[in-house]
Design a protein around this ligand. Structure first.
Ligand code: GLY
Ligand code: MN
Ligand code: MN
Length: 456
């Protein structure tokens, strides 16, 4: 059923190379003292019920530096005779466990196919890590992810404290390495961009498939099934975040999650859904009339959101501050709502964060970083000032307007009652201007009206 759509996606890029993982590791280690160590751990598994787990997704810093996705794993790095060496502690191969739970690369697999120098069973962690901590002056470790790892680190530091009393060697500090790793992750390499572009293309075609399957009488969950089914059919690992699929009034709830209502014939459906490919997220929102024909009122708001998004994307340029797209989108939306008679203040008043009327209808930010996490790492205001865009940074641009007539806090104009519209694309900053990774996803009124309800 999805074969025609799959053909539009094209082939997947090569995976991130071992050399690239080594270079990421080196860039981190170049900021770490040679008598210090780095520890990263996989996320814990979480329980759905009894012995059923939630689908497993490891911690993104661990994925970034090693490409290792398995649970119950720890990366540890130390500098030996001037050369940084990476050790991975992993679940060992175990036939009985593998019969029940699936294949494991184990120690042998880690050594053979991953960017590591040593690998040991996770059961060796306490003794080997304890030894390393007893030799170092600082442990770079993010506490709070795995209690048992935290306790190994603090126990070893305490033991070291006793030794220090005896022989006077230096103290052991703990420092969170995540800010250093975030700075690396913020700037995407060419290979990362190719993974993100692939995730973006799959998500774009998934949205188009959903548009083509829309018609009167559809329910939100049926459209969700098309989108998420295509994510899996196209070979991604599925959604990068739970899909938001809301029709009519539900489209005015920013993080609507029920996704189970029938769609009214003249309603707009808003879908915020993106796939994850080799750990990299995509994040797309499209909004379209379920019956394929915008009403005049829907058109007025849709075109305004689209104009604001285009103005915001145009600000995604090297050297611009991170908030430039947001300010551009807000200005276009406010000017448009003044023209439509929705906002009664003047432009500057309407943009005021405290008392401006724009925030009644547009109440969220326009952008976030995107990468291994959909809301990716990277400080937005280093030293209190908005970060300036650099080539290789990736962000979303996602303005919207939400006219919920169910809201007791505002007087919703009757003409726009229960229309919610958001348009979201993923943008790469390049020296030659914004590169919209999700550009193959239809978004003009003419494109949308020409494809809704029509098969590929
Ligand atoms: N899907 C979450 C977001 O757009 O930020
Ligand atoms: Mn989104
Ligand atoms: Mn987003």
């Amino acid at each position: 059923m999805f074969d025609d759509a799959r053909a539009l996606v094209g082939s997947a890029p090569p995976p991130i190379s071992i050399d690239e993982f080594r270079s990421r590791q080196s860039r981190l280690f170049s900021q770490i003292g040679s008598d210090e160590i780095v520890i990263l751990c996989s996320s814990p598994e979480t329980i759905h019920s009894n012995d059923v787990h939630h689908p497993y997704r490891s911690q993104s810093d661990m994925i970034y530096l090693t490409g290792w996705y398995e649970p119950e794993s720890v990366m540890f790095a130390e500098c030996i005779d001037g050369v940084w060496k990476v050790t991975l502690f992993v679940q060992p191969k175990d036939t009985l466990k593998e019969i029940w739970e699936g294949r494991r690369p184990g120690v042998e697999g880690a050594l053979k196919d991953w960017a590591v120098d040593f690998a040991y069973p996770i059961g060796d962690l306490r003794s080997r890590l304890g030894d390393a901590i007893s030799r170092c002056s600082k442990v770079h470790h993010q506490t709070g992810i795995r209690n048992e790892i935290d306790s190994i680190v603090t126990d070893a530091i305490q033991l070291r404290g006793r030794a220090r009393q005896m022989n006077g060697s230096g103290p052991v500090g703990i420092e969170d390495p995540s800010a250093k790793i975030a700075e690396l992750r913020l700037r995407k390499s060419p290979a990362e961009i190719e993974q993100m572009r692939h995730a973006s293309i799959v998500s774009s075609i998934a949205h188009e498939a959903a548009m083509r399957s829309s018609m009167s009488g559809r329910t939100e969950n049926q459209i969700q099934a098309i989108i998420e089914g295509f994510f899996v059919f196209a070979g991604t690992s599925g959604w990068a975040y739970p899909s938001i699929v809301g029709c009519g009034e539900n489209a005015t709830i920013l993080h609507y999650k029920e996704n189970n209502s029938p769609c009214g014939d003249d309603e707009i459906i808003l879908i915020d859904a993106g796939s994850e490919f080799r750990g990299y997220a995509s994040d797309i929102t499209r909004s379209w009339p379920i019956n394929g024909k915008f009403t005049d009122a829907q058109k007025e708001l849709y075109q305004l959101v689209l104009d604001s998004q285009e103005a915001a994307i145009a600000e995604c340029k090297v050297g611009n501050p991170f908030n430039a797209p947001h300010e551009a989108a807000r200005r276009v939306l406010a000017e448009g709502l003044i023209k439509l008679g929705v906002i009664t203040q003047n432009l500057e008043e309407s943009l005021d964060n405290e008392n401006g009327q724009l925030k009644n209808w547009y109440m969220h930010n326009t952008s976030h970083w995107i990468g291994l996490d959909v809301h990716d790492v990277g400080i937005y205001k280093p030293n209190g000032e908005p970060r300036l865009f650099e080539s290789g940074m990736c962000l979303t641009v996602e303005p919207g307007l939400y006219f919920g007539s169910w809201r007791p806090d505002v007087d919703c104009p009757e003409r726009y009652s229960n229309i919610g519209i958001r348009i979201e694309d993923d943008v790469l900053i390049t020296e030659s201007g914004p590169d919209v990774l999700t550009s193959s996803c239809p978004k003009t009124i003419a494109e949308i009206e020409s494809i809704v309800g029509k098969s590929f």
